[in-house]
Write a protein that binds this ligand. Structure first.
Ligand code: FES
Ligand SMILES: [Fe+2]
Length: 378
């Protein structure tokens, strides 16, 4: 850390000032918000552990017994579809002596802890524990804790706060924008994990602004989604987004839902469900990135895609992945250099571009400021 580290109180004071600033005078946040450990600790404790965090898509685990494991904010989680077809997010920590119960992804009838063989049902309840019946203190009615979870538009969300208000009512405005795309029934085709050299918020901001599109992606996106045709949508309490319209010269997209209007079939909706999900909903494909910080200058990304068509061949899937790998690669390289820049003692907040290009970043700041300053007062 260069220079003098600001205290949490000083940082919150800045956030309060940003809440009061008119959006015509919108500024980027000072670099310390992206480089200081004390602010990241505050974000984790007072924001991320209390908010809805995306883990993946429902059809990654399409059948009873299908599961995947994921670590989120250092919590090992087991995401599984039960015999009742319900998706649960369970703690992946054995109730005996803390072993991780499951690894990777797959399909099982029960989960057998690989350490001493305690066996759990798909809903997390203990089904058996070898040689434990003669142990007087043993309570056979125990389970892997089941976390607060919710499905929205085919995404699986978890909230570490068991008393958190539901997510969906906060997103009705975004539902209206996505309605004809039928995001909830898009067919999952892949998911991957990566770590980028960037503060997690820089990636949210980067994904959510169209200002850089024509500069950073001239080869991968060409003129498909030029900056000049970006139009912000009205943000809500927990989301923001914009439409990236295609120019007349852009070729038509692959097959898409007949409900789409002609205008909707010629634009992509880029949206964020704050704080950690960013996504691009095109007529033919949904690409989403679920983010979690891994230090002030590293972000772990679980990203994937889902398509309108259910019958894609592997080469067609690979072509989508290659395209998005190339786009992400361009952003990744820029963001690693932004991270170096904002750590400089000469870095200062700069004016944000007009509403249609960077107004989404301002929405994100307003969300951060309201969550972090309201909760700090509790
Ligand atoms: S730690 Fe799981 S059975 Fe012992
Ligand atoms: Fe980009």
């Amino acid at each position: 850390m260069r220079g003098t580290e600001k205290s949490i109180d000083e940082l919150r004071e800045t956030l309060i000032q940003y809440r009061e600033l008119d959006n015509s005078r919108a500024l980027s946040l000072p670099g310390c918000f992206y480089t200081q450990q004390n602010f990241l600790d505050d974000e984790i404790e007072n924001l991320l552990r209390r908010e809805w965090l995306c883990l993946g898509r429902v059809d990654e685990i399409g059948n009873p017994g299908d599961y995947f494991t994921v670590d989120f904010l250092d919590e090992p989680l087991l995401v599984v579809r039960g015999d009742d077809n319900r998706i649960r997010v369970l703690s992946n920590v054995c109730r005996h002596r803390g072993m991780l119960v499951a690894e990777g992804a797959g399909r099982k009838r029960t989960f057998v802890c690989p350490y001493h063989g305690w066996t759990y049902k798909l809903d997390g309840w203990l089904a058996g524990a070898p040689r434990m019946q003669s142990q007087p203190e043993f309570d056979s009615k125990c389970r892997l804790p089941s976390l607060n979870s919710e499905i929205w538009q085919g995404f699986i969300f978890v909230n570490f706060d068991q008393s958190a208000a539901p997510l969906a009512p906060r997103l009705t405005g975004l539902d209206a924008v996505l309605n004809h795309y039928h995001t909830d029934t898009m067919h999952w085709i892949f998911s991957r994990e990566e770590v980028w050299d960037s503060n997690w918020k820089c990636l949210v901001e980067n994904f959510m602004e169209g200002y850089h599109l024509s500069i950073v992606h001239p080869k991968t996106l060409g003129d498909l989604t030029p900056t000049a045709l970006c139009k912000k949508i009205d943000g809500g309490e927990a989301y923001t987004g914009y439409r990236a319209h295609y120019p007349e010269s852009a070729p038509p997209r692959d097959a898409h839902h007949p409900d789409l209007t002609p205008a909707e079939s010629r634009c992509s909706v880029l949206f964020s469900v704050f704080p950690c999900l960013v996504a691009s909903q095109s007529p033919d494909i949904l690409v989403y990135l679920s983010l979690q910080p891994e230090g002030v200058d590293k972000v772990r990304i679980r990203w994937g895609g889902a398509t309108y068509r259910a019958d894609l061949t592997q080469p067609e899937i690979d072509a989508y992945i290659d395209k998005w790998n190339a786009i992400n690669g361009e952003d990744k390289e820029k963001l690693s250099r932004v991270q170096r820049g904002i750590g400089s003692r000469f870095s200062t907040p700069g004016p944000l571009a007009p509403e249609d290009y960077e107004g989404t970043i301002w929405d994100f700041y307003q969300y951060l400021a309201s969550r972090l300053t309201e909760r700090s007062a509790v």
